[in-house]
Write a protein that binds this ligand. Structure first.
Ligand SMILES: Nc1nc2c(c(=O)[nH]1)N[C@H]1C(S)=C(S)[C@@H](COP(=O)(O)O)O[C@H]1N2
Ligand SMILES: [Mo]
Length: 446
């Protein structure tokens, strides 16, 4: 939702007082940021083919809006024959569709890229598979009539930007919008959408990364061009061609992120198992071409064996896999590698891109096989204990330390990050900037 200059102040104030506490529903999740709310699903949950809603990852660029159905309608404007709106009752009169589809953040796995990139430092779990129920977007658009020359649908949710940040708005091409599998969902796993996941409706763009799955949808504006806002033209773009890690790239050679990459994830064992028969279990997923094969390695990728696939599989959902392993005592490195019907295979080395999107390398998973359980020594993030006063004043009005403490950036990268934040409204005094950068670059370094 776009807001006027006058309203900006109020949005900022709302952010200041918004709660940063975690509720009971979020326990057992990995906190990337408590507010804006970004929560990651722990790997152990991926023994389920359907991710339980309470443990489904959450990604919000700004504060979660609490939409009331009584105030809500879906407005359709732009290049249509009859601009207008639909209520939830109107929408639900259209034929219902129910399907599984994997929702994966384009930034999932960003923390594994070398060199490190700024952004939410997701590991394995900004992905999930749910059963979505809704209506086809093509049926909705048929009620309004697309005009000749319309090429893109601009999708806008009820969330409001913080400070001078741009509103989260995304265009999807008309071909994707009219695909019979693209739906506007009002239910997730058999219940109305929760506020975090987009109540009352969200876009389901199966096979595509979830930046296109706009939540809290309330407006569709039909255009004859790709939208030129920040979240289309700067964020969520990656190189059209392969480039070497760390290479600078001309923005004109970047294209919007669309299709997901074929990928798999080992849920168990995680870090430790007792010697004997160990079943390696996990899930695999893909883009619009379904998973056909998963191979597993128990020796760090030297040799590969086919895993058994579970169920019949669905076009867009998770496919379970398992591999029974006679696990000897010692330290081992597990890996899984999925292949899809189009012949795409997970790479061993990640395809590099400057924003850290669509990571899908077969990630090595160290595991200790021993009679005595070992707990992994997860490295802890540095703290802001020694931060200069300017840090607290400039960098904590909109979010807490989580976003900062998880970064591992060079001074040049921090410089760009501080510029991004001052552009959004962070107030860094000119005389404080060098000391603030010195502190960030020395504390949260590669
Ligand atoms: N309106 C709106 N839609 C949004 C977002 C957002 O910030 N605002 N985040 C997007 C991104 S980047 C992701 S990864 C998914 C996350 O969906 P989830 O929170 O239901 O897991 O929602 C997408 N839809
Ligand atoms: Mo995302």
């Amino acid at each position: 939702m776009a807001i006027s200059r006058r309203e900006l102040f109020h949005a900022g104030a709302a952010a200041l007082v918004s709660s940063t506490g975690l509720g009971a529903a979020e326990s057992g999740m990995i906190t990337i940021s408590p507010s804006p709310k970004d929560l990651e699903t722990p790997v152990g949950d991926f023994i389920n083919v359907i991710t339980p809603t309470e443990h489904f990852f959450v990604r919000c660029h700004t504060m979660t809006p609490q939409v009331k159905l009584a105030d809500w309608k879906l407005e359709v404007t732009g290049l249509v024959d009859h601009p207008g709106s639909l209520t939830m009752a109107d929408l639900k009169k259209l034929p219902h569709v129910t399907m599984q589809a994997v929702l994966e953040c384009a930034g999932n796995g960003r923390s594994f890229y070398q060199p490190r990139m700024p952004g939410a430092q997701w590991k394995f779990g900004s992905v999930g598979n749910a059963v979505w129920t809704g209506v086809r977007l093509r049926d909705v658009m048929a009620k309004f009539g697309l005009k000749k020359g319309s090429t893109q649908l601009l999708l806008d949710g009820a969330d409001v930007p913080i400070g001078k940040m741009q509103d989260f708005q995304r265009t999807i091409p008309v071909e994707k919008a009219l695909d019979p599998d693209t739906i506007l969902a009002f239910e997730m796993n058999g219940k109305p959408l929760t506020a975090e996941h987009g109540f009352p409706i969200r876009v389901i763009a199966p096979g595509w990364a979830s930046d296109s799955w706009v939540k809290w949808l309330q407006k569709i504006d039909v255009l004859d061009h790709e939208f030129d806002g920040f979240w289309m033209k700067t964020a969520y773009r990656h190189p059209a061609q392969h480039i070497a890690p760390g290479t600078a790239i001309d923005p004109k050679d970047m294209v919007p992120v669309t299709d997901l990459n074929v990928k798999s994830l080992i849920a168990t064992p995680d870090a430790w198992a007792a010697p004997g028969t160990v079943t390696i279990r996990g899930v695999a997923w893909s883009n619009t071409s379904p998973v056909t094969k998963v191979d597993v390695s128990v020796d760090g990728g030297k040799s590969w064996q086919p895993a058994k696939l579970g169920g019949k599989g669905t076009k867009y959902g998770f496919r379970a896999f398992n591999y029974v392993w006679k696990a000897p005592e010692g330290n081992h490195v597990l890996m899984a590698r999925a292949t899809n019907a189009a012949g795409q295979v997970q790479p061993i080395d990640p395809e590099w891109n400057p924003n850290g999107y669509l990571y899908n390398a077969a990630q090595p998973r160290p595991v200790t096989i021993s009679k005595v359980p070992t707990s992994p020594n997860a490295p802890t993030d540095p703290t802001t204990a020694s931060a200069p006063a300017s840090y607290k004043a400039a960098c904590t009005p909109c979010h807490d330390d989580h976003f900062v403490a998880q970064q591992r950036l060079t001074r040049a990268q921090w410089d760009r990050e501080v510029t991004k934040m001052t552009g959004w409204g962070a107030e860094v005094k000119a005389e404080d900037r060098a000391a603030l950068l010195d502190y960030l670059a020395a504390t949260f370094k590669p």
